[in-house]
Design a protein around this ligand. Structure first.
Ligand code: HEC
Length: 88
């Protein structure tokens, strides 16, 4: 019985995690601040795509941003995932 519960728990966790992955890093971790018309003056998706020609350039810009708002997002792997979403 315990085993069955553990299996079901693991299964639902897997589904939850893959559901999040499907939403995309940009849509889960960045859009909150970077959405169109945001009051933070964070560049929108279209502005970023216009300004940076590749995912790598965007990651670099994100890593070197001086904005305290970007502090929590300045992890190269996270920025890379988000950039991959934008340039796919
Ligand atoms: C808490 C709000 C917030 C979150 C979350 C956030 N950002 Fe930002 N980001 C900003 C703000 C505000 C700026 C603009 C800073 C400025 O103009 O100096 C910015 C700037 C940037 C820049 C630099 C743009 C430029 O031209 O200088 C990039 C690239 C960027 N963000 C990418 C991302 C990515 C990718 C994510 C998700 C992993 C993310 N940001 C999450 C608020 C946020």
């Amino acid at each position: 019985m315990k085993k069955l519960i553990a299996t079901m728990l693991a299964l639902s966790l897997t589904i939850a995690v893959s559901g999040m992955a499907m939403a995309g890093t940009w849509d889960t971790k960045c859009i909150g601040c970077h959405k169109d018309g945001n009051a933070l003056k964070a560049p929108t998706k279209d502005q970023l795509l216009g300004k940076y020609k590749s995912a790598d350039a965007l990651v670099k810009a994100g890593m070197s941003s001086k904005s305290p708002m970007m502090k929590a997002s300045q992890k190269e792997d996270v920025l890379k995932e988000a950039a991959t979403d934008l340039y796919k």
